[in-house]
Design a binder for this molecule. Structure first.
Ligand SMILES: NC(=O)c1ccc[n+]([C@@H]2O[C@H](COP(=O)([O-])OP(=O)(O)OC[C@H]3O[C@@H](n4cnc5c(N)ncnc54)[C@H](O)[C@@H]3O)[C@@H](O)[C@H]2O)c1
Length: 398
């Protein structure tokens, strides 16, 4: 036992401080793309949450560890779930009616991860409009709405209230896609000229393609297409026109796009692809350079090279300065960059939303403007296969 007059031990430095001193490293805050833990953040958003279901449990509440979110209250129509989530994720109060939560709590923003109503329609538009009218910003999961009219109704409420809605297009925040976009904008890449994306998705027959109340496949189509659409919107910008062909047996399709930037692209919606295989594969071609993102985590950059001497070069190597660059995460260390929360874009999308809320600025991407463009693409499949469909430029809401 320590003698009574023994001095209290000085607080022990954390491993991180010890490592920094021993290796002479700068403070991590001085380096780009380093992450503050929630417990360290000085300024946080006061947040509510609507929906205490499976996806939010696995991926959204848990991502708050890495975003400045002060979770004040949660709501679910099943009060036992709301109470359990409040306990588990540290919210102060639980409600069975989100309207009561909006009326009683002072919130900067509300996250919404609810499911479909009895007619197979997403509940997000009505809830997002209630949130904005209550004076808070909204973050909603995909699918943001069932049609363009609902998107325009949300945009009207953005205009009336000065609040905004961001949608959970996690693909716009996937590190490999963010890196691909950054590279594609370098002068030497030659611009984002051609995009090809393969993503597994079956599309119902024309008769029930939008029959959300009747055909579960129609709900599945609405549920998932936002993922490849988000990659397209993020890497190529607005589409100008589209046409598609559809295979009645596998229910897969190819859609071809012309973009406002003059580039072109194709979405291969590979209905019939083996389950269990990696889902997505993306290729972005510039002018003499191209990028491949495989299975979200592997990025290959084939840089400009004048070419081998045809018929004479005895090896296939390119000079080091124009050799391909391959990035993939190491998966051994217990760090942030190899966590699903970061690799799949969840932490980044939530952090971007919190920044927008804290600075009261509309998000540059994944907002309702992007949604308006992407919803036009979803609705274009109402037109017969083979037709060319022109898109409107989405209105920029002030
Ligand atoms: N981006 C992604 O990676 C990803 C992954 C999976 C699911 N999702 C999306 O997340 C959403 C939810 O999916 P899920 O599988 O978690 O569903 P879920 O059914 O497990 O959870 C939904 C919860 O919302 C609650 N709810 C429904 N209406 C409500 C209301 N009016 N007020 C309060 N609570 C209400 C339900 O009681 C339920 O607890 C869907 O839109 C889905 O497309 C996104």
């Amino acid at each position: 036992m320590a003698p009574k007059d023994a001095k209290k031990p000085e607080s022990a430095p954390m491993q991180e401080e010890r490592r920094r001193t021993n290796l002479g490293l700068p403070d991590w805050r001085e380096l780009p793309n380093t992450i503050e833990y929630r417990s360290e953040s000085a300024r946080r958003v006061r947040a509510g949450f609507v929906g205490c279901g499976g996806h939010s449990y696995r991926n959204i509440y848990s991502a708050f560890h890495f975003a400045p979110v002060d979770l004040i209250a949660v709501a679910d129509v099943q009060i036992d779930r709301a109470q359990a989530y409040a306990r588990e994720f540290g919210a102060e109060r639980a409600y069975d009616d989100y309207r009561e939560m909006l009326a009683k709590e002072r919130l900067d923003c509300v996250f919404v991860v609810t499911n479909y109503d009895e007619n197979g329609r997403p509940r997000f538009p009505g809830i997002a409009m209630d949130i904005m009218r209550a004076g808070a910003h909204a973050w909603i999961e995909k699918p943001p709405a069932a049609n363009l009219e609902e998107v325009e109704a949300m945009q009207a409420v953005e205009r009336q209230t000065g609040r905004f809605t961001q949608v959970g297009y996690k693909k716009m925040f996937v590190p490999t896609y963010m890196k691909a976009k950054e590279i594609s904008q370098r002068p030497e890449f030659g611009g984002a000229r051609q995009l090809s994306i393969r993503y597994p998705q079956r599309m119902p027959a024309p008769e029930t393609r939008y029959a959300l109340a009747q055909d579960p496949l129609a709900v599945g189509f609405l549920d998932h297409v936002w993922h490849p659409f988000a990659v397209i919107q993020y890497l190529m910008g607005d589409a100008a026109s589209m046409s598609y062909v559809w295979d009645a047996k596998s229910r897969g399709f190819f859609a071809h796009f012309a973009f406002k930037n003059g580039g072109i692209g194709s979405l291969h919606s590979s209905g019939g692809q083996a389950s269990g295989a990696p889902l997505e594969h993306v290729e972005l071609v510039g002018d003499g350079s191209h990028l491949i993102v495989d299975n979200i985590v592997k990025l290959t950059y084939y840089r400009k090279f004048q070419g081998h001497y045809y018929g004479r070069s005895g090896d296939f190597f390119t000079p080091d300065e124009s050799a391909p660059i391959v990035w993939e995460p190491e998966m051994s260390l217990g760090v942030l960059y190899n966590k699903n929360t970061f690799l799949l874009g969840y932490a980044n999308e939530i952090r971007a939303f919190c920044d927008s809320v804290l600075t009261n600025t509309k998000p540059d991407q994944a907002g309702l403007r992007d949604t308006h463009m992407m919803m036009q693409i979803y609705e274009a499949f109402r037109q017969p296969a083979g037709a060319t469909i022109d898109f409107k430029v989405p209105a920029t809401v002030g």
